[in-house]
Design a protein around this ligand. Sequence first.
Ligand code: C2E
Ligand code: MG
Ligand code: MG
Ligand code: MG
Length: 292
Amino acid sequence: RAKAFGRSRYQVFDQTMRTRMVVRLLLENDLRRVVSSEPCERCQELQLLYQPIVQLETGALAGFEALVRWQHPEKGLLSPKKFISVAEDTGLIIPMSGWILRSACLQMRQWQLLFPDQFPLTMSVNLSSQQFSMPNLPKYIEQILQETDLNPVHLKLEITESMLMENAASIVSVLRQIRALGIQLAIDDFGTGYSSLSYLARFPINTLKIDRSFIHNIDLNSDSREIVKTVHALAHNLGMDVTAEGVETIDQVQHLQTMNCEYGQGYFFSPPLHTEAVTQLLRQQSCNRSSI
Ligand code: C2E
Ligand code: MG
Ligand code: MG
Ligand code: MG
């Protein structure tokens, strides 16, 4: 009986795996169609949303994070969780990330030309670990900045904590070269890996983004508060500023303010926005400013 049971379980598992694999292959095939070649010219189905990042003390807009979406013809709007890993496994992430960076920089340059009084703002763009295996990532990024005519001070690149841990030795010099271009660097999802802050000291990082799992309980749980407080204090000692991710409530904002946390990002302030909504937001801010 046990044997039969075991076998049937095995078959069920096998079937699930097979289905999952087919779904993945179909998605991969679709992605190949969207991201056909470098430069990624047929990326019309990909779009970027921009989520505001806010200075907590004043509520002023500090910048945006570019977040990719895939408007799939049959499946509808797909979140990055659904397709980034497929893109990474197939190498399609390289042309896709090129498109993302170029589009975000171009958009930022356009907003700067439209609303010069609104700058300095920064555009944060997520990097994928695979981009670090490109032959010359700093040069590649520099070229995109030149093509899009964006001043590097307006660009901030986000790298996750786990990416740093996987590639520690080789990544340091690449990060230094990127910083030398005038681009800023942020550590994303901090707290979800297992690195210590002193380990981070060797990397030339400007901003530490505390993962939203720590922010989630900050108003309910004094342990979470202590963690955020400690991370913030240590980040400061290392010369980094701190962005709180996933800020959803006014209570969370108030706690973060008492900790002197610099920046916040989350649904409390704004969800990720389409280009037109950001343009409207900047226009509105411009009007307010000129009427003062
Ligand atoms: P991330 O870089 O940590 O981005 C923040 C994620 O948190 C975004 O999810 C954002 O929509 C979500 N978020 C923002 N505020 C809140 C909030 O208040 N509450 C909650 N629950 N969530 C909030 P999204 O856009 O689904 O992206 C998920 C992840 O996919 C990103 O995490 C990033 O790791 C990756 N990703 C997104 N865009 C790109 C990209 O252009 N390139 C690469 N390589 N990865 C990307
Ligand atoms: Mg990010
Ligand atoms: Mg993040
Ligand atoms: Mg995250």
